[in-house]
Design a protein around this ligand. Structure first.
Ligand code: SF4
Length: 395
């Protein structure tokens, strides 16, 4: 894989991207090094407008449910995990997960993102039982669950192939797989930050390949800014684009910057908004085969989230009814559906709520009936959401 800068003029590379000609890895490297931020943004916006309605920016309403924080790994960038045996470790009972789903439905939500920690003691049957519990009790909710490190661990524990584990999870109700655990798909940095044992770059790619072969869509993510060389980001881009050429299974590319607090890497220099926007724009220009790009307002803040809509992103991601992993590292932004729509409108777009796999637009009328059904089961916890203005009061 040739990752060195192409040294073609930036203007020529941008013209090619806007006209729909494929960029090389070297071109992407040149843009990251030499591109003018605003010119990158304008080109990325032109490409975004070719793939998606230029007048619309989408978002979704879902909830991250971290069913356990117990993890056999110790990624240095992670402030969320607790080692097996730690008194702060937890494994949520199914009923608690169900309560969180009910709150999500009461908030006009359409899906959950369910992922852990990689718990050492849970067999494949635990995951199957959980999926069956969710699908039989809450058939309206989309279950986006179990990132590649969890799938790898189950496969190892059960002595099964990635393909067969995913087939069993799908048969039990799994609907799509999140791109978590990718960080940077380059093994030297994975070894450095202790992400390699949970899955190598090739294992992450192969698990996504097997998910796509099983007919499941997945997202692709990238977390960067851990002191890595730029080539690492380019390698990540190339690996993801190659797999998308092969399978077409990625719905979206979602990138964000490493958050320091409470991690084992407090001294890594912080990545600022200009680099976030530059990297987002270059990724939009490089991926001529992925339709949707999300902002990461959860890590960058709401204003940079809005700004990212002019740097190649077409989607604001989730309102994040609950988020534990990034907030463990010191970032704690939240927003209501009304605020999300206000932010998108103020940025110059028509806001539209989408489903988890971007298959269709959802209106509040669509979700009102299910929301009404679940409001009768309000718990003290979601009564707090009402008083905080985060739970809309339906008639
Ligand atoms: S990032 Fe995931 S796999 Fe790594 S320690 Fe945290 S919870 Fe475990």
């Amino acid at each position: 894989m040739n990752l060195a800068p192409s040294r073609r003029p930036v203007s020529q590379i941008l013209d090619d991207a806007v006209l729909g000609r494929r960029l090389s890895a070297g071109d992407a490297h040149t843009l990251l090094l030499e591109g003018d931020l605003l010119e990158l943004g304008m080109a990325a916006h032109a490409v975004r407008s070719r793939f998606n309605d230029p007048a619309v920016a989408t978002y979704n309403v879902d909830r991250n449910i971290n069913y356990t924080n117990v993890c056999v790994y110790k990624c240095r960038f992670c402030a969320f995990y607790r080692a097996p045996g730690d008194p702060e470790g937890y494994l949520l009972p199914f009923e608690e997960i169900g309560r969180k789903v009910e709150e999500t439905l009461a908030l006009n939500g359409t899906g959950i993102l369910l992922q852990g920690g990689v718990h050492p003691d849970l067999p494949l049957s635990y995951y199957e039982d959980l999926l069956r519990f969710l699908r039989s009790n809450y058939p309206a909710i989309h279950v986006h669950a179990f990132s590649p490190p969890e799938v790898k661990f189950i496969a190892k524990k059960e002595r099964m192939s990635f393909h067969d584990v995913i087939a069993r999870l799908k048969a039990a109700g799994l609907m799509s797989i999140p791109g978590g655990g990718a960080e940077l798909l380059s093994d030297p940095i994975r070894k450095d930050v202790l992400a390699y044992p949970k899955c190598s770059a090739e294992e992450w790619i192969d698990i996504m390949r097997q998910a796509h072969r099983n007919g499941l869509r997945t997202s692709a993510t990238m977390m960067y800014g851990m002191g890595e060389p730029l080539e690492t980001r380019i390698e990540h881009f190339q690996r993801v684009r190659d797999l998308q050429d092969e399978t077409g299974g990625f719905t979206a590319f979602i990138s964000w910057t490493f958050q320091h607090e409470h991690t084992d890497m407090p001294d890594v220099p912080e990545i600022y908004a200009d680099e976030y926007l530059r990297t987002l724009a270059v990724s939009r220009l490089f991926f001529d085969n992925i339709v949707h790009f999300q902002t990461s307002w959860v890590t960058q803040g709401k204003k940079i989230g809005q700004t990212a809509l002019a740097f190649g992103a077409d989607d604001m991601g989730s309102i994040m009814i609950e988020e534990n992993v990034v907030s463990s590292a010191g970032t704690a932004y939240r927003m209501s559906q009304d605020e999300m729509e206000h932010l998108i409108t103020a940025a110059g777009y028509t806001p539209k709520q989408r489903t988890n796999l971007y298959e269709r637009i959802v209106t509040r009328a669509d979700t009102a009936e299910q929301a009404r059904r679940y409001r009768h089961a309000l718990t003290p916890a979601n009564r707090d959401l009402v008083s905080a203005g985060l739970l809309p009061v339906l008639g």
